[in-house]
Design a binder for this molecule. Structure first.
Ligand code: SF4
Length: 319
């Protein structure tokens, strides 16, 4: 029987705000595309680069969004007729050797505000989506090039980060430990994790310089510049909840190397504060982090791989 791991304490009920129908490029999975092509909804589909997408209007809203702020496919054909990504949102399912982890997208206001039913109540409808998920971590987790961490050692890294009172200070330590392990995998990761706090005391200047360099690079990739400080102090509690949710949702394991993903997670607090400075809104800051950096963007793949390598090279040069 499959073990399910729902984000602890997280609740959700859709408030029909339609945020998830705006601003995204919604890919339609092949099975759903075939079914929709046999209906009048085919006019709302377009093909690009071998994939099918939902057309968008001039405001970047999905063309299937009705004036009543509801999905017309859902209203007319039922929830099961919607594209897979739309059926799954705001959940993020990852199938691992320890079972299925149910993470969430903090782009959704109901998730951010923790409003609604317990996530466990959605198990039945999620089971259908989960039945076709690939397994991640069965043969370990790719750290960098050929090096792979066994699944239980990967979980030690997660536990190191989640077991702390505050996740943020542990991110630099976790990254340092993982990079050191990738340079010398004969020692267990746990040993590097235990040394990491002492190794980064006083603050590790090369790591801080890489943080600034890559923060600017990624911001430029999003078409933005660093915000001039306005003195707005972003609340820490939502950031802490967000970082924990990302770790629970297995944001560190996907087709990119773990080293790059952990470097990206290490930069998330800076992005949260940047977008809070600009908007003065926790909701906007988290939404931007999700859309542009953390969970959803695919266009960062190459940069994330390069970033992990850059950080690692910097540490290697110091040895
Ligand atoms: S963003 Fe969340 S609350 Fe709003 S419509 Fe989408 S799932 Fe529902």
């Amino acid at each position: 029987m499959t073990d399910w791991h729902f984000a602890p304490g997280q609740k959700f009920t859709c408030s029909q705000c339609a945020r998830c129908c705006r601003g995204w490029r919604i890919r339609v999975d092949p099975r759903t595309a075939e079914q929709l092509k046999a209906t009048p909804f085919r006019k709302g589909l377009e093909e690009k680069d071998g994939s099918v997408f939902a057309r968008r209007d001039s405001q970047a809203a999905c063309n299937f969004l009705g004036n009543d702020q509801r999905c017309q496919i859902h209203s007319e054909l039922g929830a099961a007729a919607k594209p897979r990504g739309c059926r799954q949102f705001p959940f993020r399912l990852t199938n691992t050797p320890d079972g299925i982890f149910v993470g969430t997208s903090f782009s959704c206001p109901s998730i951010q505000n923790n409003q609604g039913e317990a996530l466990e109540d959605y198990r039945r409808e999620l089971a259908e989506i989960a039945s076709s998920l690939p397994l991640w971590g069965g043969d370990g987790v790719k750290v960098w090039q050929q090096s792979r961490l066994g699944w239980s050692e990967y979980r030690q890294l997660e536990e190191f980060l989640l077991g702390r009172e505050s996740v943020e200070p542990g991110l630099a330590e976790g990254f340092w430990a993982l990079a050191q392990w990738s340079l010398n995998p004969r020692r267990p990761l746990q040993a590097y994790l235990e040394w990491s706090a002492a190794a980064l005391e006083p603050p590790h200047e090369p790591l801080l310089l890489m943080e600034l360099h890559w923060f600017s690079n990624l911001l430029a990739h999003c078409g933005e510049k660093p915000a001039p400080p306005k003195g707005k102090k972003a609340p820490q509690e939502p950031l802490e909840a967000y970082l924990r949710a990302l770790l629970h949702g297995k944001t560190l394991i996907n087709r990119r190397p773990l080293l790059g993903n952990l470097a990206l997670l290490y930069l998330i607090p800076g992005f949260y504060r940047h977008w809070y400075e600009l908007s003065g809104s926790v909701d906007q800051a988290l939404d931007q982090c999700e859309r542009k950096i953390a969970t959803h963007p695919n266009n960062l793949d190459d940069l994330v791989v390069k970033m992990g390598g850059d950080f690692r090279d910097q540490l290697e040069a110091l040895d």
